[in-house]
Design a protein around this ligand. Structure first.
Ligand SMILES: C[S@@+](CC[C@H](N)C(=O)[O-])C[C@H]1O[C@@H](n2cnc3c(N)ncnc32)[C@H](O)[C@@H]1O
Length: 301
């Protein structure tokens, strides 16, 4: 189905009028956050912050901005996510650049960062030397966020997609963690050698059969980032099988969960010799980040 086109914006329209017109068009099309989307697109085209947009509300758009904004609004009405239109997404307060091969980082994934920091805090100060692995790093979101919080940590991110790794490397460079981050192509932990203090992952976890029914915006994410196999658990099986070799003494594995996956993933982890805790909930109360460490056998001191 062809994307609905907005009324072309007039060059003489003011910034405030243009924002209202876009928000109306987005609302009529049933988008979730019409005002926010209109503000982000207007701010992007005009190079203005939120405050500047309000202060400059009476200023006329001008030809170029009116055309550019109409083009971007047409893309949004075609259900292209704002982050893909802008080419970046903020995660943990960090602006991450995206490309076709990267998932748009989700706010709920910040729960994994919180759970990982809570696990680190159990064993000592955040300033100690640490080794971190991020399996399926995508844009580098989890690894880079953790390196910004843990000043003496180094880390490795892996992905099956070379293009995703290019985005992760670029983000690490722009956000000044490059000397502490390295990236490798391969199957989750396969390219890495332990021992890590922390292994994190937000793996693909949507059951293959559920993907067709996802919101149109999600279909812009690469299939490799979404598809967790028939029951959504393929990646957790691989990661559970690799975890003991990757984790050092007292090390933690922290993974993001899809809705309703806590028990199944905890069972997989137990079978792999790990001891999972209760999952940490995200802001909607959904169990989202599962932490586990290597289970001590009865013979361990
Ligand atoms: C759900 S996305 C998460 C991306 C990023 N960590 C984030 O939280 O925004 C999953 C990532 O795993 C990668 N991936 C899928 N299968 C993989 C595999 N077998 N080995 C390594 N990475 C894989 C995808 O390319 C994608 O970047």
């Amino acid at each position: 189905m062809a994307a609905p086109a907005p009324e072309p914006l007039a060059a003489a329209a003011s910034v405030a009028q243009a924002r209202r017109a876009l928000a109306d068009a987005f609302r009529k099309a049933g988008l979730d956050s019409p005002e926010l989307d209109a503000r982000l697109l207007a701010g992007h085209v005009l190079g203005l912050s939120h405050t500047e947009l309000t202060l400059d509300g009476a200023r006329p758009l001008g030809d170029q901005a009116a055309h550019a904004l109409t083009v971007l609004a047409t893309r949004r009405l075609g259900r292209e996510p704002i982050a893909r239109i802008l080419g970046f997404k903020e995660f943990w307060g960090l602006p991450l650049r995206l490309n076709e091969a990267t998932l748009v980082p989700r706010p709920e994934t910040e729960t994994v960062v919180e759970a990982a920091l809570a696990a680190i805090d159990q064993n000592g100060p955040r300033t100690r030397t640490l080794r971190i692995a991020d399996l399926g790093t995508g844009s580098g979101a989890l690894l880079i966020a953790l390196l910004t919080e843990l000043p003496n940590a180094t880390g490795a991110g892996t992905d099956l997609s070379a293009d995703a790794l290019a985005a992760a490397r670029d983000n690490a460079a722009r956000l000044c963690v490059t000397p502490r981050a390295e990236f490798a192509i391969g199957d989750f932990g396969a390219p890495l050698t332990g021992a890590f203090d922390l292994v994190v992952s937000n793996p693909p976890y949507i059951p293959s059969g559920d993907i067709a029914a996802l919101a149109p915006e999600v279909h812009r994410d690469p299939r490799l980032a979404l598809d967790g196999g028939a029951d959504g658990l393929d990646a957790y099986r691989t990661i559970a099988g690799q975890a003991r070799a990757l984790l050092g003494d007292g090390g933690y594995l922290v993974v993001e969960l899809g809705i309703g996956q806590e028990q199944a993933v905890a069972t997989l982890f137990r079978k792999a010799g790990l001891a999972p805790s209760l999952a940490r909930p995200d802001l909607s109360g959904i169990p989202r980040a599962l932490s586990a460490h290597i289970a001590r056998s009865r013979h361990d001191g």
